[in-house]
Ligand binder design. Structure first.
Ligand code: NI
Length: 200
C-alpha cells in the first residue's frame, strides 16, 4: 500500500517517514530530546570557579538533541536537531560535550537552521579548526574529527540539523578526559580562540 502523504506515519526505517522540526525551536512533536544540564558537564569548562558559582545559582539547561531509534547499520542514517542555549561559564561560551565517533572513519553533516556559532573540530593527530555556523550554512565534519557545537550568540539559541551514519557510535570519554586543544571564549565582546590551559 503506497502512502501519498505520510507525515503522521510512524518512523519506519524500511519504508520511509517524515518528521517535522520546528524552524524556530528545532523541536519535534514526535521525537523526544535528550537534555544536558550544566551539572552533567562538571570539569568540561576551563574556569572551574566560574562553573561552581554558576551551579550555586541553579542548574541551567545547556543543550538538547534528538536521539533516534534508528537501526545501527552502515546503511541507515541517524538525524535530528541539536539546540544549544546562549550563555557562558566565565568567558567560555556554552557548548555541547563533543565527541569522536566510535567508528572514527565516519563523517557528519550539520546544517544550521538558526543562531550563530562554531563547529570546533580536532583529530587525534592534533589538527583542529573552528567553522562558523549561521542560518543556511552546512558544515561538513570529516571522518576522524571530534566535533562540538558552540553558541556565541548572547541571546539566541544555536539550532543545527545533523545527519550521520547510524552505526557510527559516540565516544564522549576521550573529550571528557582530555578536553579540546582549543577553547572559544569572549574577549572584548568577540569570540576568540585560545589554547586550553587544562588540555591533557
Ligand atoms: Ni557526531
Amino acid at each position: 500500500m503506497a502512502h501519498f502523504n505520510s507525515s503522521d506515519k510512524p518512523m519506519d526505517f524500511d519504508r520511509g517517514f517524515v518528521i517535522d522540526f520546528d524552524l524556530k525551536t528545532g523541536l519535534s512533536k514526535t521525537l523526544e530530546t535528550g537534555k544536558r544540564y550544566l551539572g552533567q558537564m562538571n570539569g568540561m569548562f576551563a574556569d572551574q570557579d566560574a562553573y561552581d558559582e554558576k551551579m550555586k545559582e541553579g542548574d541551567p539547561l545547556i543543550y538538547e538533541f534528538h536521539s533516534m531509534p534508528v537501526p545501527e547499520t552502515d546503511g541507515d542514517l541517524a538525524f535530528g536537531c541539536s539546540i544549544v542555549n546562549p550563555g557562558k561559564v566565565g568567558d567560555e561560551y556554552y557548548f555541547t560535550k563533543g565527541h569522536f565517533h566510535t567508528i572514527l572513519e565516519t563523517g557528519e553533516i550539520y546544517y544550521c537552521l538558526k543562531g550563530h556559532g562554531y563547529m570546533m573540530m580536532e583529530n587525534p593527530e592534533g589538527d583542529w579548526l573552528a567553522l562558523e555556523l549561521t542560518a543556511g550554512k552546512a558544515v561538513y565534519v570529516p571522518k576522524r574529527y571530534a566535533h562540538r557545537s558552540i553558541n556565541v550568540s548572547a541571546h539566541e539559541q544555536l539550532i543545527t540539523f545533523f545527519v550521520f551514519r547510524a552505526d557510527a557510535g559516540h565516544d564522549y570519554g576521550t573529550i571528557e578526559t582530555k578536553g579540546y586543544r582549543k577553547l572559544l571564549v569572549e574577549q572584548d565582546g568577540k569570540p576568540v580562540i585560545i589554547d586550553n590551559p587544562n588540555w591533557k
